[in-house]
Design a protein around this ligand. Structure first.
Ligand code: FO1
Length: 320
């Protein structure tokens, strides 16, 4: 009998998480990677169900993502959006012609009672992926961003208002009653998971919704596999997205130490290893004092080699 191949569970939001997931997929045997994806950015738009982070992960892992923006498809056309504009329809959320097919198909299937998890697996299979991509829950969870302009649904804050309003907090509507994805619970119970990687996604709006699903972070904390967190903040800047701006507005130091404090305070004992960028090496002692074991390496992922090297750095770490 051959031994079961160890599995790796990666927690991911959109663009940053998808990049490290691609590195992990590249270095792991086929079928070993499972990505648990935030769905609190999902929303209903023009009668369609949109799951932006799931699609970003699927498109990235299959090599189809638009390389400059990170979301959507490479070589996309925009005929439908242009026609919609001439009708006076809503065009602030840019849906490309081919991407639209994903939303039409998924929305139609969901309306017929299909499950988001099964639909995501079907899309992954259609894209030829051996990696398993799991929505964090089939139950609807929606991020509301508390801003100086009032509460804004996530995509209205992020895309329509370009993250401009000052942020004071977040609510994850529906989270208390959302059930974590049962396939991921079964994976965790299988004894096959060797590493749990928290990708360099936004701690507040991408990772928190996953970890705050009922029972989720405690289950990850109590698992035998090491939990490895990669900092989304490098030299005081977010590589992509509004994480740094949010931290400043929440009066949290915009550093890897600020990130470490967030996880240590909100999820005590969860993170074993924290990978920070070489440029942040002077923060290591203060982070270690929080109980996270800090490692310095190159965390900025521009090339495929950067992604695979960071993936390998995560997988070299062992349970404490
Ligand atoms: N992000 C934008 O900044 N502008 C857009 O018009 C936009 C459209 C879009 C369409 C489909 C999709 O799957 C993602 C899209 N995104 C867009 C990205 C997305 O809103 C964010 O990257 C995530 O929600 C944050 O992780």
């Amino acid at each position: 009998m051959t031994a079961a191949v160890p599995k790796v569970l990666a927690l991911s939001g959109g663009v940053g998480g998808a990049k490290l997931s691609l590195g992990l997929q590249q270095v792991l045997p086929a079928g070993a990677l499972h990505v648990l994806v935030n769905t609190a950015d999902d929303f209903e738009h023009m009668g369609l169900h949109i799951s932006p982070d799931i699609d970003t992960v699927l498109y990235t892992l299959s090599g189809r993502a638009n390389r400059s923006q990170g979301w959507g498809l490479e070589g996309e056309t925009w005929n439908t959006l242009q026609a919609l504009e001439s009708l006076g329809g809503e065009t602030w959320f840019r849906l490309g012609d081919r991407d639209l097919a994903t939303h039409l198909w998924r929305s139609n299937q969901l309306a017929q009672g299909a499950d988001l998890s099964a639909l995501t697996s079907a899309l992954a299979a259609q894209l030829g992926l051996s990696t398993s991509v799991h929505p964090m829950s089939a139950d609807p969870v929606r991020t509301l961003v508390h801003t100086e302009e009032g509460e804004l649904p996530f995509q209205h804050y992020f895309v329509r208002r370009q993250c401009e309003p000052r942020v004071s907090g977040f609510t994850f509507h529906g989270l208390d009653n959302a059930r974590p994805n049962p396939d991921v619970l079964a994976l965790l119970a299988s004894g096959q998971v060797s590493h749990i990687v928290v990708c360099p996604s936004n701690p507040y709006v991408s990772v928190d919704p996953i970890l705050q699903l009922p029972g989720m972070w405690q289950m990850l904390r109590d698992h035998a596999a090491p939990v490895v967190l990669v900092s989304p903040i490098v030299a005081g800047l977010a590589i992509k997205g509004p994480a740094a701006k949010m931290m400043a507005e929440l009066q949290v130091p915009v550093t890897a130490l600020g990130v470490a404090r967030h996880y240590a305070q909100r999820y005590p004992g969860l993170v074993d290893h924290f990978l920070i960028d070489e440029s942040d090496a002077t923060l290591a002692d203060d982070i270690n004092a929080l109980g996270l074991v800090t490692h310095c390496c190159a965390t900025v992922m521009k090339t495929l080699e950067d992604k695979t090297q960071l993936a390998q750095a995560c997988l070299r770490l062992e349970a404490l």
